[in-house]
Design a protein around this ligand. Structure first.
Ligand code: AMP
Length: 745
């Protein structure tokens, strides 16, 4: 063990008589046996230390090897680059060959070592461990007792960060030889090569094992430059579809434009990357202020999910030069660092929609701060593979403030990682199907976000806050595309994303919540214009289901959820019932979005809705006499179109999940229908000035008013609480039960 170097030396001692002077190294050189410095390159988990140790252990040629490791150089603790340089210099001067065991992914990081090698007239080799990111991540995450203490969840994040900064080694940096190891076989061969390297041997100069430029990237680059869109479309099918054939296998480009396999030198590769960068730069300066129609998305389901994109030929074809720019950027800093304005970004999320893990998910949640976590929780608790969910980014999120990202679309792809749920056990047929669904869902959701913006812009000027903080007014004219039209009507009784989004049924209360401000009501502009009604508020796309249903109940006539349809209202089972029985009586009057719109002229309608509610409560009482019902409106609803809740007071439901849910049905936020009718009769309008703070109030039993620390405890209490209701609820027929009779005349 060579302690000075902080690592192991080979079993064999250095040449006899070594005093560690430069002169001796020179002498070796003159004898033809020159020490070599091998600069290992690779992120954590790529196997640098294992590689060096394997050579140190396996070499029996008499060449003395030393591993200089920054993680241990400070007396078995992490040290500095300077310490490493000194140890390397010392070892080389002693005639020992050295593995420089640090990441060395950036040119600047390795430059000093290359320079040192030059000064000491040593051969300097680069050994780039270019194993797939997912391999490095899973190794780094799962290892224990790592010298540098980089393991577990942090490791994934660190590996991704490292890889983002990776710069391919070039001979022009000063290396005599560069060797790329792309997989375990390459690594094994390289270990054998260095292990067999005798004291007098040297390895040929040049670049070895470099993988040619990935087919997708090359394809896209060529595509952006020259491809004839029509011929491509012809050969590849419709836009925005995933093909199961690989671009590299059936490249639509003319043959001479393909990059020759194996002939793509490092320099050519760099040039290629530069070209892409330049091209992006040119585009950036011009057209990227259309960020609200721009989606940035990472490759879905790779790293953490161990879905081997190389194994199955699944490729995303791009069929329009305007449609996609391929680039390697930090998705959380597209605007500030990349000059790209992408207001919508996709996240390769995990099933629990939680921050952490590795890769892009951790990066996005980190960059967006807690606000995104809350907003996500408001929209969905979990995500199934093949699905996506749109989360409006709150104004308070740094991602919104600094990068102008308005929506994050969480997407979950297939999972080939046995440690995670929905493990597909290497079933790539199923995996490809799910991956396709995931992309489809992502693009559909993106289309619906775009649609929201387009409608917003068509209808009214919208203040778009730029990252620099100034506001500008934008107006977008023109027509919606066919695709937009197709997605124009939100599909109740549910689109996939809406199911997810409202599925957790977190009330998205305007004013105190996440999404309401961004996406306006699109689906209904035409209807509104026809009837001369212009909606005064904006409603998120997710908030349109009840409206759609009320306007077009015939479309859903076969649905079990619709209990009754009349000219004035629709009675619908609440999709996320907060109690054993929970239905909605939805007004069919266009323009009557919420209580705030109700006037005296609507009194007959309110009475009819109330009577219908009572009728249905009584029907339910016939089935279960123990139930008790309240009928009322949320003072600030989350869903568009005036709707009356008829909710049984057991609150025995898995859909009742959080404080907001509870408080929205048990505090002054819930306005009893009888009181609303009375207020309108007397004042011509309903009081909707409920204080949003009530939704954040402590959890109290709606009967005995005892306080409870959390929802499970509250639920177990209310399941047994036999106290009578507060006196005000026993008045004015506010409760419907088998013992009370309620009517409204
Ligand atoms: P509010 O907060 O008063 O707007 O309540 C909206 C209600 O609509 C909630 O109780 C939701 O559970 C329910 N809901 C949301 N989406 C749907 C849907 N597509 N079909 C039926 N009910 C829904």
């Amino acid at each position: 063990m060579d302690t000075a170097a902080g690592g192991s030396a080979s079993a064999l001692p250095p040449p006899s008589g070594s005093t560690g002077t430069g002169a001796e190294a020179k002498e070796d050189g003159e004898r033809g046996g020159k020490p070599v410095m091998v600069v290992l390159m690779g992120p954590s988990g790529s196997g640098k230390s294992t590689f060096a140790e394997a050579v140190l252990d396996g070499s029996a040629t008499g060449r003395p090897w030393v591993r200089v490791c920054q993680d241990t150089i400070g007396k078995d603790k992490a040290g500095t680059k300077m310490q490493c340089l000194k140890a390397v210099a010392d070892a080389l001067k002693e005639g020992k060959s050295v593995f420089v065991d640090r990441c060395n992914l950036e040119r600047e990081q390795r430059a000093d070592f290359v320079k040192l090698g030059g000064t000491l007239h040593t051969d300097v080799h680069a050994l780039a461990l270019e194993l797939p990111a997912k391999v490095c991540i899973s190794r780094a995450v799962s290892r224990t007792g790592h010298e540098g203490n980089l393991q577990g969840r942090t490791a994934a994040l660190v590996v991704n960060r490292m890889l983002q900064k990776k710069e391919t080694p070039l001979l022009t940096e000063g290396f005599n030889r560069i060797m790329f190891c792309n997989d375990d076989t390459d690594v094994k061969k390289a270990i054998e090569l260095y292990s067999a390297l005798g004291p007098l041997d040297s390895l040929p100069s040049g670049v070895f094992g470099q993988k040619r430029q990935g087919p997708i990237q090359v394809g896209i680059m060529k595509f952006l430059k020259k491809a004839d869109a029509s011929s491509v479309e012809k050969s590849n099918g419709p836009k925005l579809t995933l093909s199961e054939r690989k671009l590299g296998q059936e490249n639509p480009l003319p043959k001479q434009e393909k990059v020759e396999s194996g002939s793509c030198s490092m320099e050519a590769k760099t040039e290629l990357n530069d070209n892409i960068e330049n091209e992006e730069g040119a585009k950036e300066s011009g057209s990227y202020d259309i960020g609200y129609r721009t989606l940035a998305f990472p490759s879905i389901s790779t790293a953490d999910f161990q879905f081997d994109l190389d194994r199955e030929p699944l490729t995303l074809y791009i069929v329009d030069t305007q449609l996609l720019i391929a680039c390697r950027r930090d998705i959380t800093q597209l605007r500030s660092k990349g000059s790209l304005q992408c207001n919508v970004i996709a996240n390769a999320a995990n099933w629990r929609l939680k921050p952490g893990g590795g890769g892009v998910n951790a990066a996005i949640f980190n960059a967006a701060g807690e606000a995104l976590q809350h907003a996500t929780k408001e929209c969905a608790d979990t995500l199934r593979p093949g699905n996506s969910v749109v989360v409006p980014v709150p104004l308070t999120s740094p991602l919104r403030e600094q990068e102008a990202v308005t929506h994050v679309i969480h997407v979950l792809g297939p999972n080939m990682n046995p440690m995670r749920p929905d493990y597909l056990k290497n079933d790539y047929t199923k995996g490809c199907k799910i991956l396709r669904e995931a992309y489809n869902s992502l693009f559909e959701n993106f289309a619906s976000v775009v649609q929201s913006y387009m409608g917003k812009q068509n209808d009214q000027p919208v203040a778009v806050k730029s990252a620099s903080g100034d506001s500008k007014m934008k107006r977008e004219g023109g027509h919606e595309s066919e695709r937009m039209k197709k997605h124009k009507l939100i599909q109740p009784i549910l689109t996939k994303q809406q199911h997810e989004c409202t599925g957790s049924n977190a009330p998205n209360y305007r004013g105190n919540s996440v999404g309401s401000s961004d996406a306006p009501n699109q689906a209904t502009k035409a209807d509104n214009k026809k009837s001369g009604v212009v909606a005064s508020k904006s409603w998120g796309t997710w908030a349109q289901s009840l409206y759609e249903l009320a306007m077009h109940p015939d479309k859903y006539k076969n649905s079990d959820s619709i209990l009754e349809v009349s000219d004035e209202f629709v009675v619908l089972k609440d999709l996320y019932p907060k109690a054993k029985k929970h239905v909605l009586v939805i007004s069919r009057t266009n323009g009557l979005d919420s209580l705030a719109d109700v006037k005296k002229e609507h009194l007959p309608l309110l009475r009819k809705m109330h009577s219908a509610g009572v009728k249905w409560a009584q029907k339910f009482l016939e089935e279960d006499m123990s139930l008790e019902f309240r009928l009322g409106y949320h003072s600030v609803p989350s869903m568009r179109q005036l709707h009356l809740h008829i909710v049984s007071q057991d609150f025995d439901s898995a859909s009742l999940k959080n404080k907001k849910h509870w408080n929205s049905f048990t505090t002054s936020f819930f306005r009893d229908s009888v009181d609303i009718i009375e207020e309108i009769e007397q004042h011509g309008a309903a009081n909707t000035n409920s204080d949003d703070k009530v939704l954040a109030m402590e959890l109290r039993c709606h009967r005995c008013k005892s306080a409870h620390p959390n929802i499970p405890k509250l639920k177990s209490h209310i399941a047994n609480c036999k106290s009578s209701f507060p006196s005000h609820l026993l008045e004015k027929n506010r409760l419907v039960s088998s013992t009370e009779h309620m009517d409204c005349t």
